[in-house]
Design a protein around this ligand. Structure first.
Ligand SMILES: [Zn+2]
Ligand SMILES: [Zn+2]
Length: 323
């Protein structure tokens, strides 16, 4: 077997600009003074150390954002095997759904470090829910805080992903695929079968032409075919790393949104109300008229009208004006 495939390679990544879809410009003001005085400086993260559950260098994009925006120092636990919660290469099935996996990783990071604050992220890839021909990436980033019994989830979705697979029977076809998917700045995976088991030989983290040729040649000789796919692990996929940065920005935005009644962080929209009136005929459209926000701690609610800043809808979006 080629020797290279367990050797980690190093790549540096630029932090993606925030493009998270902010749905409302709520005040981020803290406690308004009407609640118990014990909350005069409630729910502070500044100066805290938080564990980040990753072994795929997500700290490269997450740590600077969490440090700058929340004042949290990030600690990455050593020897933390996040693969046990599932791998993109399917040799280890994910534990539960995407959010459960993120939560479990954050809990494990707390257990390993003894810290009461932890962060984790979990990505998923597949077809776009509305346009199946488009590949789609959804990233979740979770904050767990045991001091405040707090769980906040940030999210980003993107069709800017190189997520792709192919079967080849010769090296030239493998090289052609590699060229299409951003190799070598984006890593590749080679294996014989698209449905691997825990025993399947999987060449992960391929980032040089020599490694690619060697892995494909070895697999072809043994099995007569090779299955290639993009390596979706964050450190081998700068496109994904940008979406993780966006999800982190979304998490920070939600964390900074405080309940105006009790100051609890993570004051977020829980229900979208359609009905934004058409500017042509005035009839309600399917576009968002208002978003209902609710505090997970005290249950206080607030309705934010015109969350997108528009008080009417384009007639192109109206079922009457543009049937
Ligand atoms: Zn509240
Ligand atoms: Zn209309």
């Amino acid at each position: 077997m080629p020797k290279f495939w367990k050797t980690p390679s190093t790549t540096t990544y630029a932090t993606g600009r925030s493009t998270s879809s902010t749905t409302a410009s709520l005040t981020t003001a803290r406690h308004s003074g009407t609640s118990p005085s014990t909350m005069s400086e409630p729910f502070s993260f500044s100066g805290q150390t938080g564990a980040l559950a990753t072994m795929h260098r997500k700290e490269q994009v997450m740590a600077p954002l969490l440090q700058q925006e929340l004042g949290v120092h990030i600690l990455v636990p050593q020897n933390f095997n996040t693969d046990e919660f599932g791998t993109f290469t399917r040799d280890i099935e994910r534990t539960g759904d995407q959010l459960s996996a993120a939560r479990l990783k954050a809990e494990k990071a707390m257990a390993l470090t003894g810290l009461k604050l932890a962060f984790a992220s979990e990505g998923s890839f597949g077809c776009h829910p509305l346009i199946p021909s488009l590949a789609y990436n959804r990233e979740l980033v979770i904050l767990l805080d045991r001091r405040y019994h707090l769980e906040i989830v940030g999210q980003a979705t993107s069709t800017a992903t190189n997520y792709s697979q192919t079967q080849v029977t010769n090296v030239a076809a493998a090289q052609a695929f590699a060229e299409q998917v951003g190799f070598p700045t984006h890593g590749l995976v080679v294996m014989a079968d698209p449905q691997p088991t825990a025993k399947t030989v999987i060449f992960k983290g391929i980032t040089t032409s020599e490694q690619l040729v060697e892995a494909v040649t070895w697999t072809l000789r043994r099995f007569g075919q090779a299955h290639l796919e993009t390596d979706m692990r964050a450190m081998h996929n700068p496109t994904r790393m940008k979406v993780i940065a966006q999800a982190t920005q979304d998490l920070i935005r939600k964390t900074q949104q405080r309940c105006l009644n009790c100051g609890y962080p993570g004051f977020d929209g829980v229900e979208r109300q359609p009905g934004l009136p058409c500017s042509g005929c005035g009839l309600p459209t399917d576009l968002t008229l208002a978003v209902l926000y609710c505090c997970k701690q005290c249950g206080w609610q607030q309705t934010v009208r015109f969350p997108e800043g528009q008080e009417t809808a384009d007639p192109a979006q109206c079922a009457y004006c543009n049937p």
